[in-house]
Design a binder for this molecule. Structure first.
Ligand SMILES: [Zn+2]
Length: 333
């Protein structure tokens, strides 16, 4: 996925300019110089999301430091996992660290439990023209390629030929909710680093994906008041009020589809809202005191969660007032 955050088209120098006779070589021959070897090495780290990724991160950190780069790590609360961010500086005096291009990948992989592997998942195996191993495609392959070209970028940097910085960002816990990447973003913000471009090396069947919708999932729980269905004036029907909110969400969804700032590059060219589950009530002759539903919002890049949440929260407040007016101790949350 490539995300363009800037109209600035000036980018890092073309790698054609790289002098293959560079004297920038790894001081420690322990690390690979070929992408296939890097991939083999990376897969061997069992970085299933429930495990620590520190062994992999520390390995990449030492590699970067041997190249003369300064590595920035951000940790999870338990300090069992880390993100890595490193910058190859640009400019004649190698003093430019802002803007530029980020190569971004996640270090964690999905579990292998209960899966029928024909080879050991953490011991890469080449069969035919393919390499098999957990994360080979998603997405240690990309990280291996990025690490392999890093010395070339350092060479350009050292000779003052790198016009824009090249950054490498490795995150943890992407597969379980993108928990690591926000820490990198907060750290970059604190340091005033605002890259122009980011290439995220997720597998896309070799097609360029230039944008991705956001997603936010919401659960709405409506509390009413039970009563016998023959005595509805003594109750507050949670399903009825929930259904009004569901109807409102549907109305918003229709409004989104009719906006004039939609993006035809997406299969569905507008932001979407969709109610996915609903549960409520216990018996036909009981006014239900609880109804719960979930919905998701998938926003175009130029829209935010607040764009949709604000009107829904206003509607919740309106319905809440109506319910409170019917009975005390009732709440919509
Ligand atoms: Zn991935």
């Amino acid at each position: 996925m490539i995300q363009n955050n800037s109209s600035n088209s000036d980018n890092v120098n073309n790698s054609d300019n790289v002098d293959s006779s560079s004297d920038v070589q790894l001081k420690n021959a322990e690390h690979p110089t070929q992408s296939l070897d890097w991939l083999t090495r990376l897969i061997a780290f069992d970085t299933v999301s429930r495990h620590s990724n520190l062994a992999l991160i520390n390995d990449v950190k030492s590699y970067c430091e041997q190249l003369g780069l300064t590595v920035d790590l951000t940790f999870n609360e338990a300090e069992t996992k880390a993100n890595l961010f490193v910058t190859v500086p640009a400019g004649e005096n190698t003093d430019i660290i802002n803007n530029g291009l980020v190569l971004s990948g996640h270090t964690d992989v999905v579990p292998v439990d209960g899966q029928a592997w024909s080879s050991e998942p953490f011991t890469p195996t080449i069969r035919g023209d393919k390499l098999y191993g957990r994360g080979a495609c998603d997405m240690k392959g990309f990280i291996a390629c990025a690490l392999t070209v890093l010395p070339q970028a350092v060479q350009l940097s050292n000779s003052g030929q790198l016009r824009r910085p090249l950054h490498l960002a490795l995150s943890f816990d992407e597969e379980v909710g993108c928990l690591g990447a926000p820490l990198i973003l907060a750290d970059l913000k604190a340091r005033g680093i605002t890259p122009d471009y980011c290439i995220v090396g997720e597998p896309t069947n070799m097609a360029m994906v230039v944008a991705h919708k956001g997603i936010a999932v919401y659960r709405c729980r409506v509390h009413g008041k039970s009563a016998h269905s023959s005595l509805i004036a003594q109750g507050v029907n949670a399903i009825s009020y929930a259904s009004r909110l569901v109807g409102y969400v549907d109305t918003l969804a229709e409004d989104l589809s009719a906006r004039d700032d939609n993006d035809a590059l997406f299969t569905v060219p507008y932001s979407t809202l969709s109610v996915g589950t609903i549960h409520g009530g216990t018996a036909t002759n009981i006014v239900p005191n609880l109804c719960e539903f979930t919905f998701d919002y998938r926003n175009l890049p130029h829209m935010t969660q607040d764009d949709i949440l604000a009107p829904i929260q206003a509607k919740v407040a309106e319905l809440n007032a109506q319910m409170q007016a019917r009975a005390q101790r009732l709440a919509l949350s």
